[in-house]
Ligand binder design. Structure first.
Ligand SMILES: [Zn+2]
Ligand SMILES: [Zn+2]
Length: 415
């Protein structure tokens, strides 16, 4: 892989000059990526350990309360009224819950006008709830998919987290507690608590497991590098293939060889596209803001898919030309066929509908990338990292050149 900061400008140009070059120089940000990722994972790990510690304390508290009420056969009325005295009265339990989170973390009801997660305004119907693991005030969205908090039976959570270091009383009554949610409703509620989405995710999902990148954090970038190499090879093969089609003496063996190679590489391209798509889904699903910007993965995906579709269409067009050529035995006919071939029609700026659509899509993606780069330039300039600003300015110029090229090609068909 190319060294960090290698002059990556105009790799498109370079590929043209030296079509057989297999490696496409790119700016390698793997090291930065790994460092940022490690930092982020350490942050998340700290948060996760904090939530886990409070969860254990909460299970100890609520588990003991549940067992006490169960053994004392607390009446429905007792639980309903939430008697004010005794270790396991509703009031005492509530005070202990605040202690677990820490009074300083228990968000003041009056402070919160909006849900801390989705920023919906609180109303009489959209009520305030305190997360018992972090103390923030959140709402309970009725739409389960985007529910910010829920009253979760602790029994379901301890089933999923049996390995944690709970108090001996909890471990001693394990069989009873994992069934607690099946008890009579009022009693079952004692061993349940309000939990926000973030805490639930932190508690149940080890982010390292969640993000498939973990086995090899550089996989995204190595795959993109492989994609760029493939792209260069495919472009080069297309040039050679069309040269064959246009040459006066057709070499069928050579042409078939080129075509089968093209097919093979295009299949590889398809696999890379599939990888970026899977990656995009995994980044989107993780729910936590991890260090991979979804936009970056999404651009990689779009770039790979666009090139793939383009290549498939090009191969189809060329196959048609080739078929037409092999059907026409007389050299005069073959000249005619070639004159009509899409390869030659392409040189004047007359584009088919498909080509216009593709160029427009490409233009959109590049504009998006340019926007991203401009944003980065501004941030980097504020941080006074002028070396990086320079590199970014160069990539911006590249993008602008490409935009100009596309706009010229599109002519009146542009936006
Ligand atoms: Zn909310
Ligand atoms: Zn929380």
């Amino acid at each position: 892989m190319a060294a960090v900061g290698s002059k990556s400008r105009n790799h498109k140009l370079r590929t043209k000059q030296a079509p057989k070059q297999a490696l496409v120089p790119v700016r390698d940000v793997t090291a930065q990526f790994v460092a940022a990722r490690t930092r982020k994972l350490q942050e998340i790990e700290l948060l996760r350990l904090g939530v886990q510690k409070r969860f254990i304390k909460l299970v100890n508290l609520l588990g003991n309360a549940f067992l006490w009420h169960k053994n004392n056969k607390s009446s429905y009325f007792w639980l309903l009224a939430g008697y004010d005295s005794g270790t396991y009265s509703a009031r005492a339990v509530h005070a202990a819950e605040i202690d677990i989170v820490g009074a300083e973390n228990w968000q003041d009801d009056l402070d919160a006008a909006r849900c801390g997660l989705c920023f919906s305004q609180f109303t009489i119907l959209n009520r305030k709830h305190h997360c018992r693991l972090c103390g923030c005030v959140v709402d309970e969205n009725q739409n389960l998919d985007r529910s910010c908090s829920a009253q979760i039976p602790a029994a379901l959570l301890i089933q999923k987290l049996p390995q944690l270091n709970y108090a001996p009383e909890i471990k001693g009554s394990w069989a009873t507690l994992v069934e607690a949610h099946t008890a009579e409703q009022r009693l079952a509620r004692v061993f349940s608590f309000r939990c926000c989405k973030t805490c639930k995710n932190l508690l149940l999902h080890d982010p390292k497991l969640r993000l498939q990148l973990s086995d090899d954090p550089t996989k995204l970038f190595t795959t993109y590098q492989e994609f760029l190499n493939l792209k260069a090879m495919v472009s080069n093969l297309f040039v050679r293939y069309s040269e064959q089609l246009e040459s006066v003496s057709l070499d069928n063996t050579k042409m078939l060889m080129l075509r089968s190679k093209l097919v093979e590489y295009i299949k590889e391209l398809e696999k890379k596209g599939g990888f970026f798509k899977a990656m995009l889904t995994s980044v989107g699903e993780s729910g936590l803001e991890l260090e991979v910007p979804p936009l970056l993965v999404s651009n990689m995906y779009k770039t790979s898919m666009m090139f793939l579709l383009d290549s498939i269409q090009k191969l189809k067009d060329m196959n048609e030309v080739q078929e037409a050529l092999s059907k026409s035995p007389s050299p005069v006919d073959s000249v005619d066929a070639r004159a009509q071939s899409p390869l030659e029609v392409q040189s004047p700026p007359k584009l088919s509908k498909r080509e216009i659509r593709e160029r427009r899509e490409q233009l959109m993606v590049i504009n998006e990338q340019k926007f991203l780069v401009e944003d980065l330039i501004e941030k980097t300039r504020k941080q006074r990292k002028f070396d990086e600003v320079h590199t970014l300015e160069e990539s911006k110029k590249d993008l602008e050149a490409k935009i100009a090229e596309l706009e010229e090609e599109l002519g009146d068909f542009g936006f």
